[in-house]
Design a protein around this ligand. Structure first.
Ligand code: ZN
Length: 408
């Protein structure tokens, strides 16, 4: 057997015979070799999120022989995750994601040490969770956590942040928060206004795209551990899956960066929900209302919320009201309540199509109740005086009224 070094490095853990057999394709690769495999075995990598990006990331790191993987996730596996989150399976729908991921990872590589954090990453726990890991891999899908991960990496003394993000058909990857390179805030000092960038749940994502980007993150993690190749430090990789184009942009460390610059203004973790313009959980937003069963009559931003049961009762009683669907046309054939469709984005310009008197009863619905809340506010601002929002949307209808209706 040829290896890069003649003697195993003694301060690193030795490989068992089973591991030598398992990693033989690494061991015969001079750039990895016995010593490289020892480095992988000694490495501790934290995966923030076990979703679309975290799934391939964690699977390939586990397969490659990374000794310890931390998993942070507070969610449970939903059937709609399985189109891309290949670390989970049909059999684990409903289980905690960290437990589901552990089953798959340990099945792939029983040598792996999995440390589970069944929690949301917050300003209160991030530093404590990060402290035992060498590299942080950010597989999150929201801006609050992305800024939190970045700042916590910088404030932990520049723990490399293997970053990836995806949207619809496009992805990005880089390595942030190293001594020599920029951080995420050097590139994006401030988050976009809330609501400007839809989440994957609202905007959709091509299932294989997180696979592509997550594996790029895993590649960067492995290179950092082995100390080989040219990493994405100081470069932003842009992936366009439709055109199948890969481009890299050069990134510079920004001396005025609020967290890693020469005069940082962020010297401790902050309230990232507030920073990203997300309302406090104590204030009642449409999404929380959507989960509440007894919302009929409650008011959000001046809009009365009604339950699916109330809507059903009114339909059965043949009461006179106008039901409006504000989802996108491609959602309509999946499931609908037979209501006319005007997507929320074009409601302002198509307001003349709402051919009911200004004082007519209008009930607006969407998929989960968030877009219809926005639409209800638009209608009210155009002088409609009796506009109500269907809390929970068509998903709640499928849950409570018509179980034969597909959920998406
Ligand atoms: Zn920076």
């Amino acid at each position: 057997m040829t290896t890069a070094t003649l003697e195993p490095v003694t301060e690193l853990p030795r490989l068992t015979n089973e591991e030598v057999a398992r990693y033989s394709r690494h061991l015969i690769l001079p750039e990895v070799g016995y010593e490289g495999q020892q480095k992988l075995k000694a490495a501790k990598v934290l995966c923030v999120g076990t979703g679309g990006l975290g799934a391939p990331l964690a699977l390939y790191l586990a397969a490659a022989g990374v000794g310890t993987l931390g998993l942070v996730d507070f969610d449970t596996v939903d059937a709609s995750n399985l189109q891309r989150q290949v670390i989970h399976s049909t059999a684990t729908v409903g289980k905690l994601k960290v437990d589901s991921a552990e089953i798959m990872l340990k099945g792939l590589n029983p040598n792996l040490n999995v440390i589970k954090f069944n929690t949301m990453l917050t300003s209160a726990n991030a530093m404590e969770i990060f402290k035992d890991f060498d590299i942080i891999a950010d597989g999150t899908d929201n801006f609050q956590t992305r800024y939190l991960v970045n700042d916590a990496c910088v404030l932990s003394g520049n723990k490399p942040n293997a970053y990836g993000s995806i949207f619809r058909f496009e992805g990005q990857a880089s390595v942030f928060a190293t001594e020599e390179g920029p951080c995420y805030r050097c590139l994006y000092p401030e988050p976009p206004p809330p609501g400007l960038v839809p989440s994957c749940a609202e905007g959709g994502v091509l299932g294989i795209l997180p696979g592509l980007v997550g594996i790029i993150q895993a590649t960067e993690v492995i290179k950092l551990i082995l100390g080989i190749g040219d990493s994405l430090i100081g470069r932003l990789l842009l992936v366009d899956a439709l055109g199948m184009n890969f481009r890299t942009l050069k990134l510079r460390k920004n001396p005025d960066c609020p967290v890693c610059g020469t005069h940082p203004t962020v010297t401790a973790l902050i309230d990232y929900d507030q920073f990203c313009g997300i309302p406090k959980p104590t204030t009642t937003g449409p999404l929380e209302v959507a989960k509440d069963q007894n919302v009929t009559g409650s008011i959000v931003d001046g809009i009365r919320q009604i339950t699916v049961q109330e809507l059903k009762r009114r339909q059965d009683a043949q009461e006179n009201f106008f039901l409006l669907d504000v989802r996108e046309p491609h959602e309509y054939p999946i499931a609908n309540l037979g209501a006319p469709l005007i997507p929320v984005g074009s409601l302002e310009s198509r307001i003349s199509e709402v051919l009911v008197p200004k004082d007519a009863e209008i009930v607006v619905h969407c998929r989960s109740g968030a877009r219809s809340q926005k639409a209800a506010v638009i209608l009210r601002n155009h002088g409609f005086t009796h506009v109500e929002n269907l809390a929970g949307g068509i998903l709640e209808w499928a849950d409570k009224i018509d179980p034969s209706m597909p959920k998406y």
